[in-house]
Design a protein around this ligand. Sequence first.
Ligand SMILES: [Zn+2]
Length: 113
Amino acid sequence: MHELGVANEILDIALSEAGRHAAKKVTSIRLRVGVLRAIESGNLSFLFEHLARGTPAEGAHLEIVEEPVRVECDACGVSEAASFLLECPRCKGSGVSVTGGDSLSILSLDVDA
Ligand SMILES: [Zn+2]
């Protein structure tokens, strides 16, 4: 249930942004979430909706953009994967480095003044 902590964090950021812009309402929030975070988006939306009740972020739409893992292989370049890998998904080579896939950030936020 680590979605609850994440939902809380998003709400905090959304509310402080709304405050900074003297906005009455947060209408939508775009998030980038890495697949390695293993966040269930339906669950996250549900918890957020619950926490946001009675705040300016009530009813805000959560748009979740998944960030895949990037696997960089010495032999065949970059590919994307849905989980952490120790070998290249194409050539099964082990000369890989894995980057990305663990983001958790707010890309944009729409507010109503
Ligand atoms: Zn490869």
